[in-house]
Design a protein around this ligand. Sequence first.
Ligand code: 6GP
Length: 835
Amino acid sequence: AETKAVAAAKVDARADKNSLKLDVNVFKEKIVHHLRCTIGTSEKKASKLAWWQALVATANELIFDRLTQTQYTHATKDTRAVHYLSAEFLMGRLTVNNLVSLEVYNTAKSALQELGIDINELCEEETDMALGNGGLGRLAACFMDSLATLAYPSVGYGIHYENGLFRQEIREGRQIERPDSWREYGCPWEVCRPESVQEVPIGGFVETQTAPDGSIRKVWHPEHMIKGVPWDIPVVGFRGASVTILRLWESRPTESFNWDVFNAGGYVDAQNEKAAVETISKVLYPNDSTEAGKMLRLTQQYFFSSCSLRDILRRYNRTHFHDYGEFAKKIAIQLNDTHPVIAIPELMRLLVDEEGISWDAAWEIVTEVFSYTNHTLLPEALEKWPVYIFEKLLPRHLEIIYEINYRFLNEVVEAKWSGDDEKKRKLSIIEEGPCKMVRMANLAVIASRKINGVAEIHSKLVRENLFPEFSTLWPDRFCNVTNGVTPRRWMLACNPGLAELYNEIAGKDWPLHLDSCAALRPYADDPQIQKRFMDIKFKNKVALAAEIKKLCGVEVDPHAMFDVQIKRLHEYKRQHLNLLYILHLYRKLLADPAMRIVPQVFIFGAKAAPAYTLAKNIIYAINVIGDKINNDYRIRNQLKVVFMPNYRVSLAEKIIPAADISEQISTAGYEASGTSNMKFSMNGALTLGTMDGANIEIVAEAGVENNFIFGMSVKDVQELKAKGYNPWDFYNSNQDLRAVVDWLDSDFFTEDRQALASIKHSLLEGGDPYMVLADFASYCAAHKRAEEMYADKARWAHAAIMNSASMGKFSSDRSIEDYVHNIWKLKNYEIKDEI
Ligand code: 6GP
């Protein structure tokens, strides 16, 4: 029983917490207290960084208390939980988001103001946590926010990369990659959990032992042990509903590591081996949607998957004492693309080899527990690992994969397509050929309870084009969960003006029930609301213009139409189609100096994979063409082109609220979903895009008439491909197109003619794999419609409002509820102040 003193202390603690939330003076005292007693400096000499750290320490008082409450509730109720395994979590900055979620942002702002400090400046001190490449990683971050907000028992598992996605610098128009040491001086949001360290074996060989009774046992003799050190980052649900944990594993050498080398006087050699182990979590592979195929990459995947499974088993066995009868009732594991799919054979191995469960019982558990999300149809992203790499790193896992495959082919495929070797070859986990490969996607599908795509059309293509035979075998396994984004970060925190408008019109709960924003729709033609809405947009554009001036040195007019394309640089996303249109506009302006157009600013942000030469050339082209255009007095500032360097989450938060047009122009069938398209729309931008990914669902909600749809449909693309696509047909028959394509192969923009000519080359001799030329004419027409609408202020405001007010479906809360009901089958729990 609780002593009186403990009970009294709890009452005090709760009162303390409430006053911290509500009372500016208390908040102020706390910050100063932490500045002095946690950071060790004084108000007089504190740097901005120190003030920021003190602010974080203050917020952490509330966050860790809430975390403790959450974990207590889940432990006492022995809850079923989802474990989200992802090689990437693109969290961005946490300060504003956490303060907003704790509902202390205004208190903190006033407290700091009274101390003479601007909260915005402090928040700029925080380095983005860029532990992801793009869409897939940011989705994982939005999902963590929703899991915490909806209070579902959950853990995110990933890798504690020492270096996140590279920092991009632009020198003379070219991308330079710089290391991103986001926690060089520590990160105040994370805590290390030494009590949950894991050890993971790797390498070596497998011995087959025969017992006296004739039964066979496999014993793995690994070559090395790797220590996995967990770092926990609390994720705060809106209004503190619950606090969930993102647990990231850092690799370290084990204590016993090379003790012999050490003792033999090999201090330096031992350090080398130590460095080799630390390399595992050193750096995030900077490829978006392309497989790296490197030994180190598979090691990363295995390392974090194994640490996570061991952590799950440890927690389960605390209450179930190695009785696995309840395991599948308590545990759901979601595989974020194929990166963590090695967890499937690893769980088999842990259950069969280490826990002594029969193969059949283990397989039943495994196939109940795992589900798999596919995020792309690009063939170059489908992970395959050479068998020889497996033999070297994970020999026992390879045996298990062979066994899974043998049973699958001889029981399941044989039963359905008896004697059909072609089917077996296609569905096998092992790809035959000069270099035998392990197909991770096939393994994922064979072992998963549910397999989902991330937008309606994508899920359909996953079923029909990617896994047609599997979906014949198991039609019920395939489903769709359309992506979503968190309205807390992507509206409430990044667009306070708009948030205030929704507070008034829809009530203050709209960030929890985004559907309620539909309350603004009846006002879409109300001149006063239109003015209010467009004034908010204008103010955001003024702020972005200042940022553009600061970062790019380019002056832009906030009255101009802001046309934005921000995303990874990839041919399928077609930044070069955008560029061709810009050249086309520029050419028209030069041809007719008296011409007046709607003034336009084209804004780009994009990182290219360091080895993707054509993508880097496109960045270079945007920069040199922009430079020429921005300094050409003849066009009277009617056209500006800016490339904002080092695109990342925190930059997106500044750009998206200021956009008029959102460019979503992928070749139909290639963008699985897109998620920035949702953020733009929520913030009142109109989509100029193809019928691809989630664009289709977005315009269905917001109205096609309020957006600018162009180009070939998925079906058109398939038909043209089947017929034989020839880019020259389009080049030869469209003079405008031909002129701008040829312009790339000139020295008008740069001495380095080669770089720009390489784009032309890919579009013609290269066969134009993403059919840029085929969609050019229709793209120009869509722009024309956009320019006309922009000139009609009332019509534009109507469309902007209809977009923003119709995005209820695209809250990541809805996505998470879909996962919960169709896949995870979880219950959520109210977290009370109980302990
Ligand atoms: C991306 C898809 O390209 C994007 O369309 C989608 O919105 C996002 O995932 C979230 O589902 N895919 C990746 O980032 C990736 O690396 C392997 O796929």
